[in-house]
Design a protein. Sequence first.
Length: 364
Amino acid sequence: MTRHIRRRLSRLFLLTRCVAGGIAIARLARAAIAAPPVRPTMTPAQSISVLIPARDEAQRIGPALAALVGAPGVGEVLVVDDQSSDATADIARAAGAAVITGTPLPDGWAGKAWALQQGIEAAGGEWVVTLDADTNPDPRLPQALASRAMAEQLDLLTVGGRFDCPTPGSRWLHPAMLTTLVYRFGPPGVATAPDRAMANGQCMAVPRQSFLERGGMQTVRGEVVEDIALARRMAHDGARVGFLDAGEMLEVRMFESLGDTWRGWGRSLALPGVEPRRRQLFDLAVVLLAQALPLPRLVLRKADFVDVVLLALRFGTLAGTRTAYSRVDVAYWLSPLADVPAAVTIARGIFRRGPHSWRGRTYA
């Protein structure tokens, strides 16, 4: 390769890194206009049903039940026992929740979407707040969500919580995975075009009747990433959707270990079935060039001014996302070392073919 060609390739690489960095900066800058987080409210909401879809969650569902049964404004707590093989249903009944025995999965449905559909149909409240079994909510959260959604006339409100990562390995890998979402879509609380809307299915609030009239979960029945698919489908149909921060009122333990974090994020990080392939590849390029490569280039003594700027952006983002974690230690601050594995996880998700398994079920 001639020196002239090498020089031109070097300039092209510099240009692409500048463009990727500019895109990342523009997305991160949206934090300045983000809507305020969800906070406790004394405003009375309409009647609220809380719904927890659960499959083999006997070891994790306790904190959510303890917080929600008898919570302010909550008329009922429903647990949809999705064909569990453990004591999930018994634990829920003992805590005071009503248990709905989930029926077998119909053809074309994913497990969580089917469990949610059954629960929402059975709910008696005007508003339904759904929470995953691995959440630890403030008892005031359901009322705060319904009140906020009514105040902003939202047809779907989902919120992000504070992550509890119990092991050093998970505290190292999880923030890198989360940062790829921030670099691709910006922070919570920012209005976006319908085809870029984000959501978090760990906790959402919907007005029951109008949600079912719109088709409920049936509109996304077979989706792997059903929460984002739902938000985008509803937004395209003219509904008002919101994705806000609720870290002050919600803690989530998604994964128990480094390996669990790797496998769990690997299932959904690329947003399969939600993002078109060309956009997946474009956003992967942004993550690689703006997030993942600057630190290895510094280690290899290849860094230039652009890399220094991108590293400053990366550690500034790390400082900003620390409030999304209940424990921040050395492992957290070393998480930029996991940026390359995080980018690899996205690439694996983009190019994966064939069936995938989750919670003991296999989907095409």
